[in-house]
Design a protein around this ligand. Structure first.
Ligand code: ADP
Length: 250
């Protein structure tokens, strides 16, 4: 890899990175400790619910089930926090660009999400381009974060038994990726804010309680660091489509 392919940072950016790394370590250690405690509580509640410690009355059983559900949600929230923290860390690191086969990256991403898609009866259809489609110039790990977030959202916010279409097109010296789903649409208010950190639409929160609103904010940064653009179209009759562009590798 030549040095031209590394995007270098200024001194102040490097200092900000160091501060950021300390904060993010604190979040990570605390979140892991919280998750360990919650997991211990989960384990104890499961023993009670299984009757290992004696038969429960119906009222005790009902209340304990509610407590267990609430505990599971808390575990999911902390896990999301850990994931966000890890993702943000990666985004801030140096970018190592190489010539990548985007078709293969998309196929492996679809494979990673096949379990989730299957559980919701959703079909992910990749309309593969012609054989000699160009490679892109990208940092592989970061590009995978972009693909995973868009696929994850398309599945999460789709209706059950929906269809998701992924299309690749060449536009001059860029490749354009698009992912279309037939789920909830982005609200008028959300259209201006969707790429803001922590923003989530009300409808999305009702559908998926666990979420951080940090995914799109993060991937916009990644796409732009590659010299690309990201945008969306969302309407009742057509569903939601996210697009991004990424430079072709010469
Ligand atoms: P999260 O999914 O954790 O809420 P994101 O940053 O990935 O965070 O998305 C932010 C918000 O954008 C979501 O909460 C939702 O309101 C909206 N959104 C993202 N993708 C879609 C989609 N495919 N269809 C409808 N709304 C979406």
């Amino acid at each position: 890899m030549s040095d031209n392919n590394k995007i270098q940072k200024s001194e102040s950016e490097q200092k900000a990175d160091a501060n950021y790394a300390i904060k993010s370590d604190v979040i990570s250690v605390s979140a892991h400790q919280i998750r360990t405690s919650l997991s211990a509580i989960k384990w104890i509640m499961e023993m009670f619910l299984a009757g290992d410690l004696g038969k429960l009355t119906t009222e005790q059983d009902n209340l304990l089930k509610k407590a267990a559900e609430s505990n599971d949600r808390a575990i999911a929230v902390v896990s999301e926090l850990l994931l966000v923290n890890k993702t943000e860390n990666i985004v801030e690191k140096e970018y190592e660009l190489s010539s990548l086969n985007l078709v293969e990256s998309i196929e492996s991403s679809i494979f990673n999400f096949s379990g989730e898609a299957y559980a919701r009866g959703i079909e992910v259809i990749f309309l593969k381009p012609e054989k000699d489609f160009p490679n892109v110039l990208a940092d592989k790990d970061k590009l995978l974060i972009v693909l995973h977030n868009l696929l994850d959202n398309a599945i999460k916010y789709s209706n059950l038994h929906g269809k998701i279409f992924i299309v690749l097109k060449q536009k001059d010296n860029m490749v354009q990726f698009s992912i279309k789903d037939t789920g909830i649409v982005i609200s008028e208010n959300g259209k201006a804010k969707i790429f803001e950190k922590f923003y989530r639409d009300e409808e999305a929160m009702k559908k998926e309680m666990v979420g951080s609103g940090i995914g799109l904010y993060t991937i916009k940064k990644i796409v732009e660091r590659h010299g690309g653009e990201i945008w969306f179209e969302s309407a009742n009759d057509t569903g939601t489509t996210f697009f991004f562009t990424i430079p072709i590798s010469k």
